[in-house]
Design a protein around this ligand. Structure first.
Ligand code: SF4
Ligand code: SF4
Length: 296
């Protein structure tokens, strides 16, 4: 199965608009489609594809967190000193900051027969889901507010996709935005990354960072510029930067109010054939599929 990952350096660039259209176009061409939403902090694909879905699998997402046994703790302060995430302050753990690394447990000198004064527990922070939708098999995770995506969460979403889609030639994956751990897990093992570029000042700086990350992971990348026509100067800067970096631009999608209508109706924009953006997304899809097939 070849995996096409749709990615951006920040949220709100139109990544899901393109991913949902690619899924709909792929579904129109072949019966068996599989897709995943790795943007598990704020998943959106389910808003478009969950109608008439049936669940194939549902499992809890567990995250490791430190807890302190106040009866045992001597307030020696060692865990405060060694916690690199600022999650431990005066014997109180901020569970939103705790990354579950386990260093505090390792350095804590106080121990009962069962556990140390600070020890790790697994807390349920959401669900992994695989479902059969009218467009194909869909893997995602939905996390509770504040749970935060980890590389492991993304890995499991992708692993579930492979487990349930053994005979599917192409998978479309909507990646997490940014450049952190979830991105690295999104990119790992895919065949091609399609970067969705936003013509803006932050879009340019985000492209520089995300491209560096993708190239370090040695995965081929191509780009497309979204919402073309509203910021010509930034569009030209993006084209120049991509030429300099030898990042092929496979398409330019015009700004189109019909995209907003499609989002508001939870439909892929390619369901609106009169949309200028939909026409360019269809061309982009053809080019991306050709590029993917040509890769060894
Ligand atoms: S598990 Fe790691 S991040 Fe969490 S409190 Fe302990 S040292 Fe800090
Ligand atoms: S290292 Fe152990 S004993 Fe010391 S403050 Fe932390 S939890 Fe308490």
């Amino acid at each position: 199965m070849k995996q096409l990952l749709i990615l951006s350096g920040k949220g709100g660039t139109g990544k899901t608009t393109i991913a949902s259209s690619f899924i709909a176009l792929l579904h129109a061409q072949q019966n068996e489609v599989c897709f995943a939403d790795c943007d598990v902090d704020v998943p959106n694909l389910h808003l478009i594809f969950s109608e008439k879905q049936t669940f194939l699998s549902e499992e809890a997402v567990f995250r490791r967190r430190a807890v302190i046994d106040q009866q045992l703790c001597t307030h020696c302060g060692l865990c405060d000193r060694y916690c690199r995430f600022g999650a431990m302050k005066n014997g109180v753990i901020n569970s939103y900051l705790c990354q579950g690394c386990g260093v505090c447990e390792l350095v804590c000198p106080v121990c009962s027969q069962e556990h140390k004064a600070v020890y790790m527990v697994d807390i349920c922070s959401g669900n992994y889901r695989v479902s059969a939708t009218p467009c194909g098999t869909f893997s995602t995770a939905q996390l509770r507010p504040g749970a935060g995506a980890t590389g492991k969460t993304i890995n499991t979403v992708k692993e579930n996709l492979r487990r349930f889609c053994t005979d599917t030639p192409v998978a479309i994956i909507d990646g997490s935005p940014g450049i952190g751990c979830p991105i690295i897990s999104s990119v790992a093992g895919v065949d091609l990354v399609l970067l969705v570029l936003e013509p803006s000042c932050s879009g340019l700086s985000d492209l520089e960072r995300i491209l560096k990350t993708v190239r370090q992971l040695k995965v081929p990348a191509v780009g497309c510029i979204n919402r073309v026509g509203i910021a010509p100067a930034f569009e030209q800067q993006l084209r120049d930067y991509c030429a300099e970096q030898q990042l092929p631009i496979l398409g330019e999608i015009p700004f189109d109010p019909l995209v907003i209508r499609a989002i508001n109706h939870s439909r892929p924009v390619v369901d609106y054939p009169q949309s200028p953006a939909a026409k360019q997304i269809a061309l982009l899809y053809e080019r991306a599929m050709e590029y993917l097939q040509d890769l060894q």
